[in-house]
Design a protein around this ligand. Structure first.
Ligand code: PHE
Ligand code: NA
Length: 448
């Protein structure tokens, strides 16, 4: 991006669309709901909400602020801002670790994007019509157990992502988000409405919001914090890169609030849509990464107009996944472009290929290569867990610590339009609460 003329977002709306395009994706629907189910419901949800508010918001603002001041890609922005403020250039590591994280995340994200594509087609050809829980589970197991098929869909998804990034049509995609995102919300509302007819909506509300604190553990808290980073696209330099296109007139705090409310709202709606189906069909909430793929088709297969709704839903989910995926490929491409003589198209192909290869290792976790490779986790789980729970929080921590400790306090306050008590609050949260929160979560989970 830095090779281009550093244009600015034409409007605040354009920026919000790009940022929510990156934020809203599989993380909100696929990942959020399966983690809620795996981690015992409300305790996880409430810790997650706290993480979003106390850590996610300040880190998001910090990343935008660094990007807007640095006017560069994350690595160069960090090293230049650091030396300008009398700090070591090693801060560039924060930017570099973001590139690594984006690379690792996209590899498994694309596998799930492939599932979503496959379910879009499945809805078209009526695979789920009238099926019961066993039938839907068998369909999903059939997909998982077939590495060739998974490879096909993973490849299709990556081809779409690479094509969009290479052609540079991301802007067009972002304006399409103007229609697609509200449509996704409407469909989720329809599904929540369906959930209310199942007779299990009360149980869902209790599951998601009435905490059984005995379910809480260091691991659950770490998972919740990781999800807060993942869902907001934090700790990858992506929001920093977006910030570099941000005009001076855009209010960072207010915009962050908008993006966070949209992202969190969509995740909560997804939960409210999925768990009634889980309970009504006697399914297991802790099904794991397959949760939405063995629940939603049941609803679509058994409601009036379900075929069309299912098709629309998986199409919109794929679209949301694509807008997130292009934002993940972007930093990788930029990295290759700056360090090799490759053109943008070549850099995109090379970056995309590398991601695609790692994605193949990830998809084999579901069939021919399920064995643990590290920390008792298979490739897929390792990529998913290591990035969200460790890499993203550490990098995000770097961003907030840098802004709160290394930049001039007064100028940051001015930039955020803060004064008096609210400035104090920002200062304390940025300096102590958010960084210590992240560290405590780490320590707590290390101790079991
Ligand atoms: N935030 C996206 C989601 O929730 C995933 C993502 C993570 C996108 C990191 C970009 C960077 O699906
Ligand atoms: Na998200």
């Amino acid at each position: 991006m830095s090779k281009l003329v550093h244009a600015q977002w034409s409007s605040k709306m354009g920026f919000v669309l790009a940022a929510t395009g990156s934020a809203v994706g599989l993380g909100n629907i696929w990942r959020f709901s399966y983690l809620v189910g795996d981690n015992g419901g409300a305790a996880f949800v409430l810790v997650y909400l706290a993480c979003v508010a106390v850590v996610g918001l300040p880190v998001l603002v910090a990343e935008w602020l660094i990007g807007r001041r640095g006017q560069k890609n994350p690595i160069n922005a960090m090293s230049e801002l650091a030396s300008k403020n009398g700090h070591p250039k090693a801060w560039a590591l924060v930017g570099a670790s973001g590139v690594v994280a984006a690379f690792l995340i996209l590899s498994f994200y694309s596998v799930i994007g492939g599932w979503s594509l496959s379910y879009t087609l499945g809805s078209v050809i009526g695979t789920f019509t009238g099926q019961d829980a066993d039938g839907v589970a068998a369909t999903f197991d059939g997909l998982l157990g077939n590495p060739g098929l998974l490879l096909l869909w993973h490849t299709a998804f990556m081809v779409l992502v690479v094509w969009i990034v290479a052609r540079g049509v991301t802007k067009g995609l972002e304006s399409a988000a103007r229609i697609m995102m509200p449509a996704l919300v409407v469909l989720l509302l329809v599904l929540v409405g369906y959930g209310m007819t199942t007779g299990y909506f009360g149980e869902t509300l209790a599951f998601m919001f009435r905490p059984d604190w005995s379910a809480l553990s260091g691991d659950v808290v770490l998972a919740a914090m990781g999800q807060a980073f993942f869902t907001l696209s934090l700790g990858m330099g992506i929001m920093m890169a977006y910030g570099s296109y941000l005009g001076e007139d855009v209010k960072l705090l207010g915009t962050a609030r908008t993006v966070i409310i949209l992202d969190t709202g969509i995740a909560l709606l997804a939960g409210l849509a999925i768990f009634p189906i889980v309970f009504a069909n006697g399914l297991s909430a802790s099904e794991g990464p397959g949760l939405i793929f063995v629940t939603l088709p049941l609803a679509f297969g058994n409601m009036t107009g379900g075929a069309l709704l299912g098709l629309t839903f998986f199409l919109l989910l794929t679209f949301a996944a694509l807008t997130s995926a292009i934002s993940l490929l972007e930093p990788v491409v930029e990295f290759v472009e700056e360090r090799t003589p490759f053109s943008r198209v070549m850099a995109t192909l090379a970056g995309g290929m590398a991601v695609w290869v790692l994605g193949i290792a990830a998809l084999m976790s579901f069939n021919i290569w399920p064995v643990p490779i590290m920390f008792g986790l298979n490739v897929f789980d390792f990529l998913d867990t290591f990035t969200s729970r460790i890499l993203l929080p550490l990098t995000g921590l770097g961003a907030i610590v840098f802004v709160a400790w290394c930049l001039d306090r007064r100028s940051v306050a001015d930039e955020l339009n803060l004064s008096g008590g609210s400035e104090q609050l920002w200062h304390i949260v940025g300096r102590y609460v958010a960084p210590l929160g992240v560290l405590l979560v780490f320590i707590n989970s290390l101790m079991g």
